[in-house]
Design a protein around this ligand. Structure first.
Ligand code: ZN
Length: 558
């Protein structure tokens, strides 16, 4: 035991209450789950009713269904930790001994936890463990022998979810009457209560694990992901899963996704062709082009096709072409009735992160990520060129103001102020953008950053992103490049599509912007609201604070 060895009020790190003899207890040999090793639970309002500054074990009341829900997690082999802010310690409202008596009572009622992580500090202490800081989440992951990205945290307020995201963990909000509406709007994953959160955690965990292997071997698999770079990048884990179960993988993508397709591991061959029923600005359907695509797909020798789509796209037009190309086994997600177009018609509830949504389709088609391949975005190492030598040391901040959809872009005026604030805080800032965004990046960088607009292709941008300390970016491709490099993201996220589906995946993230703005869930490509209020209201100091939360240091001077 490590508690009681020093005065908790002198400490700036979390108190850990984990008995060594509990580590590994009750674990049985079973395959490592693909998504999560552990569930972290907030205490007050999540596991037990919130009694402010409670030091009395008699007042412990579990929330309805808590014991059965926790036992379901235990039975599934997930490890459990409590992560709790207890500033009442700092304020002297109860003693450490009283708190431990409360925790003993919690375990009496709810069963044992593998670790207890307590932040004893107050907001004024500036510690790195008081939620929304990510310290408790990292400490819990360490205690449980895993990493934050393999943890999911359940909590009842925005601080809990923010701490999870800042650590790169998943966060589920289970609102109570004290949860603020804006916290509910900002959360990417909301469940009605603890039992519902647990049910969805287990469902997602199960959904990426195939129940059946393919009945016949797959020599050549055709995987399909049309649309833009970001769409292709988030499908990467699922494509790797298919690649693990097939001898050869051919990827059909559109022109706007081609550069990203070149970066994906597991792809042996790429066919590039626009699909007019997917493209946001589609050309007319050209019967000759459709005939030529069908002929080309027919010549591939496909044993199995897996058609990946976003939740608002239909796989069925392509499925018809694949049938006409003579392809016998086709899997896709389809809410629409597919008739005889699909062999495996997969369904996914709304709100699932796009990479997991795709992984669950791969699983339905009989494929899973092999052990040791984490379900994170990844790029082929030899596809990314060396970073330009003139950029200096790693650790700079990349600000990428643009987006193919202007509704998801950071307003240039705001981006300019962000560059100024970051520069003042001692950060080196590189402003990136495509060749058609040069005017914007030059203007934005003039506030103190370095303009790299138009200087690189997507692979070159991936190289620059990979050595960044953090990337400040809207909901667009480079956010997923950052996730693929494990680089923290300050996400200026316009809520036109759900954050839970499109937020940076399994990488430390701070979400900024008004999640309840009127553009929410409109999928609008250009902002339908005058003034682009979802993002224009961001204060540049929020970005500076976010970098501090993500432990991205400035260049000094503070
Ligand atoms: Zn703390």
């Amino acid at each position: 035991m490590r508690q009681d060895q020093e005065d908790p009020y002198q400490r700036r790190s979390a108190q850990v209450y984990a008995a060594a003899d509990r580590a590994g207890s009750g674990s049985v040999a079973r395959p490592r789950p693909i998504l999560y090793d552990a569930v972290l639970l907030d205490r007050d309002g999540t596991l037990i009713e919130d009694v402010p500054y409670n030091g009395d074990p008699e007042k412990v009341r579990p929330v309805p269904g808590a014991r059965a829900a926790l036992d379901r997690l235990r039975a599934a082999g997930l490890r459990l930790a409590v992560v709790t802010n207890q500033s009442g310690l700092a304020r002297g409202y109860f003693t450490g001994e009283q708190m431990r008596a409360v925790h003993a009572r919690v375990e009496e009622l709810l069963g044992r936890f593998d670790a207890w992580l307590v932040c004893p500090h107050d907001d004024a202490d500036g510690c790195d463990c008081r939620k929304p800081a990510p310290g408790l989440v990292h400490a819990a992951a360490r205690e449980l022998g895993t990493t934050a990205s393999r943890c999911v945290l359940v909590g009842d307020i925005g601080r809990d979810v923010a701490a999870a995201l800042a650590a790169g963990a998943a966060g589920v909000l289970v609102p109570t009457p004290v949860t603020r509406p804006e916290e509910i709007a900002a959360a990417g994953w909301v469940a009605a209560d603890l039992p519902a959160a647990v049910a969805e955690i287990l469902r997602r965990q199960q959904a990426v694990q195939p129940s059946d292997l393919p009945t016949e071997p797959v020599r050549t698999a055709l995987v399909v992901r049309s649309d833009s770079a970001g769409d292709v990048l988030v499908t990467g884990p699922a494509i790797r899963a298919v690649a693990a179960g097939a001898e050869r993988v051919v990827l059909l993508c559109g022109p706007r996704g081609r550069a990203a397709a070149n970066l994906l591991p597991g792809v042996d061959e790429i066919i590039e062709h626009p699909l007019p029923w997917i493209d946001p600005t589609p050309g007319p359907v050209d019967p000759e082009a459709v005939r030529s695509l069908t002929a080309r797909l027919g010549a591939v020798g496909v044993d199995q096709a897996v058609v990946f789509t976003s939740f608002h796209q239909s796989a069925l037009p392509l499925a018809l072409l694949l049938r006409m190309a003579g392809i016998g086994r086709i899997a896709a997600i389809s809410d629409d009735y597919p008739g005889s177009l699909l062999d495996i018609r997969h369904r996914v509830p709304v709100g699932v992160p796009e990479p997991e949504r795709a992984l669950s389709l791969a699983a339905a088609a009989g494929h899973r990520l092999p052990d040791g391949d984490e379900p994170v975005l990844r790029l082929r190492r030899n596809a990314v060129p060396p970073r330009p030598a003139d950029l200096g040391d790693p650790g700079y901040v990349v600000l990428h103001p643009g987006s193919a959809a202007s509704s998801r872009a950071c307003p240039p005026e705001l981006a300019t102020r962000i560059v100024g604030a970051l520069t003042d805080a001692g950060h080196r800032v590189f402003v990136t953008g495509g060749p058609d965004e040069r005017a914007v990046t030059a203007g934005v960088a003039a506030a103190g950053g370095t303009d790299l607009g138009g200087r690189t292709d997507l692979a070159g941008l991936a190289a620059i992103v990979a050595d960044a300390g953090a990337v400040v970016v809207g909901n667009t491709g480079p956010a997923h490049l950052a996730a693929a490099a494990g680089v923290p993201v300050v996400s200026l996220f316009a809520p036109t599509v759900p954050f839970g589906q499109w937020g940076p995946y399994r990488v430390p993230t701070v979400r900024l912007g008004d999640a309840a703005a009127p553009c929410r869930d409109t999928r609008a490509a250009s902002c339908p609201v005058p003034g682009h209020p979802c993002l224009s209201g961001i204060d540049p100091d929020e970005v500076v604070d976010a970098l501090r939360t993500l432990a991205v240091g400035g260049g000094g001077g503070r």
